[in-house]
Design a protein around this ligand. Sequence first.
Ligand code: FAD
Length: 276
Amino acid sequence: MTARADPLLDALSGLPPGALRLGADVGAGHARDMSMTPGVLLRPGSTAEVALMLAACNDLRRPVVVQGGRTGLAGGASPREGEVALSLERMRDLTEADPLTSTIIAEAGVTLQRVQEAASAGGLRLAIDIGSRGSATIGGVIACNAGGIRVISHGMMRQHVLGLEAVLADGTILSRLGTLVKDNTGTDLKHLFIGTEGTLGVVTRAVLALSPEPADLAMAYCALGRLVDARGVLQSLQARFGRRLSAFEFIEARVHAAACAFGAVSPVPEGQGPTP
Ligand SMILES: Cc1cc2nc3c(=O)[nH]c(=O)nc-3n(C[C@H](O)[C@H](O)[C@H](O)COP(=O)(O)OP(=O)(O)OC[C@H]3O[C@@H](n4cnc5c(N)ncnc54)[C@H](O)[C@@H]3O)c2cc1C
């Protein structure tokens, strides 16, 4: 179908500039690995525009793939033949951290790192951290229910979402942006959108729970001879520190070597390298 003959473009003709890209203007970055560059890229700037776009796609039975930072490793953001891509890259509003409720409200396209930095500026932190923090978006992290290096003490992303706004495939907006930890006013629908990778709706905004920055942090870097020893180290640290052990990560020898070559970490002394 040529762009001109596409009825979706007629349905969305009232969109503001920048909200829609076609053909070569889409950019190869919106493809992933072996997937194809989508012919139509929708770039909503607001929840209302997400609703308008999804309703139009739904009416025309056009399949949609939702894209955040496109760092996911399972291919969920990779467009397939005939799919329209809907990227949250223009939805980047972020409030300041609220010290009274220990929360922050982020639109779906805000990167995890920006939220971490905003929380830190308020003396608080979002206790989720993953290597893709600089590109992964709040919408994507919620959609994947990401874990990361602090998962053993702080749980997965689900534990940090207090309120959520999402748009269903027909354009219906569901909004429950409460900031309360204790909220048992009816069915908590937000859980339908956490970890379901956009299959049940598009996450547009979230209220995230923050916690105080720890007063002090200590890091131990252990070089082990065998993988099985990592479990023993973890168990003894947990026995000693309980929930104060905030993060734990195992690094394979080849990954460690690559990080050293890149200059990101220091090599361990000769003969004491990590598990092959
Ligand atoms: C270096 C690196 C380290 C990582 N480390 C970890 C880790 O330690 N733990 C861990 O759990 N994961 C890890 N990940 C994967 C991690 O889950 C993703 O990076 C991140 O959660 C995806 O966010 P994204 O914005 O890039 O989403 P995308 O990759 O764009 O999308 C991921 C999925 O979510 C859907 N989606 C995106 N945005 C929305 C939205 N607004 N509404 C609904 N659906 C949406 C997409 O359709 C797709 O199915 C890592 C990835 C990398 C590259």
